[in-house]
Design a protein around this ligand. Sequence first.
Ligand SMILES: [Zn+2]
Length: 169
Amino acid sequence: MILCSTCASVHRGLPQQTSQIKSFSEKASVADLLLLKALGNTAANNVLEGTIITSVERLRGSKIRDNYDLQAKSQFIEAKYVKKQFAEDFDTSSGTTVDAALMTAIANSDISSVLSLLANGADVNAHCPGVVEEDTPLHQAIVSNFIIGAHFLIINGANVNANNDKVGH
Ligand SMILES: [Zn+2]
């Protein structure tokens, strides 16, 4: 997401697993920019503000406005990014677990669903039982040639050294 400097300063105070703020002029890598292109503000807000019903309401109601004070902005940002308070809850009626759904979203190169599932507590390092191997989402991303997804998983804490061999080599 692209943020204004005020919101960026609030994000810098959040835990690193929640927010990693980079300036365009300094730390943003090519992978960061490609991720930003794939998952920009609109797509990310559709997930993280999924329960704030309409775009009108987003602008006029629950969503913060420019003229809100810093405390109000901070409270909104914490609710949105740390507590994931406005994200839609994962639908468990299908019988699928959130971790299995993450593997499917990765296999489908569906970055919005990946964000939604992470917001619902999917484990980036879960091993999904397979016929031969027990892949993690990162293995699946590589197999699926979903490089932006792999980058997104890594910045969300995926272990790049995870083993997928059932016999433990
Ligand atoms: Zn802002």
